[in-house]
Design a protein around this ligand. Structure first.
Ligand SMILES: Nc1nc2c(ncn2[C@@H]2O[C@H](COP(=O)(O)OP(=O)(O)OP(=O)(O)O)[C@@H](O)[C@H]2O)c(=O)[nH]1
Ligand SMILES: [Mg+2]
Length: 207
């Protein structure tokens, strides 16, 4: 076996596109460890993934919200470890039917995926904790799934404002056991990337 596959720590720039799934039965086998990135459409999930993996071409990013419509899986150098880019929720410009369809797939994935080790909730630091975000937090709490919040696009705020926003988020979520990491992040300035990698590594390598 490739020695890389058995080593303890994950090298995030080893990430490679694996497969896109539009429904649960198209996902890779439910084994090993997976970490999923969720968040509002346009929040910056794909950009965060690209920054974490130091691969600008890994996940497609776009100025048009609703770009990521499938569940995209990325493999890592550690055996059976994957990162997952989930479709964004709350994109207004798609039909009601399509929205329901999407949310159903997302729901199936979240409810059925046994290899899910943690959820990374990506939110725009300027618009934190939307109703959907709150729903995801509740879902993690209910299912005892470790949660990491990336408050991204921090480069859009002055540091003082960003700090205040972080304190506001922390205060609102102070009673949630599931919240393990709350990180000020920016795909542009790379703030918080190393902290995020360390946390992801811990989740993926915990047995
Ligand atoms: N300034 C700044 N812009 C960002 C940052 N992260 C993402 N963006 C921009 O925000 C837009 C949306 O980013 P994406 O990463 O495609 O967002 P997404 O959450 O994957 O969106 P969907 O796939 O539609 O759900 C793009 O124009 C990005 O360039 C950031 O940290 N700073
Ligand atoms: Mg995306």
């Amino acid at each position: 076996m490739d020695p890389d596959l058995t080593q303890k720590s994950v090298s995030f720039n080893s990430a490679r596109f694996l497969i896109s799934a539009s429904r649960l039965n198209e996902c890779p086998p439910d084994s090993g460890a997976e970490i999923a990135f969720a968040g509002r459409s346009n929040a910056g999930k794909s950009s965060a993934l690209n920054t974490i993996t130091a691969n600008g071409k890994l996940a497609r990013t776009s100025k048009t919200p609703g770009r990521t419509r499938l569940i995209n899986f990325f493999s890592l150098n550690r055996e059976d470890c994957r990162l997952v880019d989930l479709p964004g929720y709350g994109y207004a410009k798609v039909s009601r039917d399509m929205k329901d369809d999407w949310q159903q797939h997302l729901g199936h994935y979240l409810n059925d995926r046994r290899c899910l080790r943690g959820l990374v909730l990506v939110m725009d630091i300027r618009h934190p904790l939307t109703d959907f975000d709150q729903m995801m937090v509740e879902w993690c709490e209910h299912n005892r799934l470790p949660l990491m919040i990336l408050a991204t696009k921090a480069d859009k705020l002055k540091f003082g404002q960003a700090k205040t926003a972080m304190l506001g988020i922390a205060k609102k979520l102070e009673n949630y056991q599931c919240l393990e990491h709350l990180i000020m992040f920016s795909a542009t300035s790379k703030r918080g990337v190393e902290e995020c990698r360390e946390a992801l590594n811990d989740w993926l390598t915990a047995s």
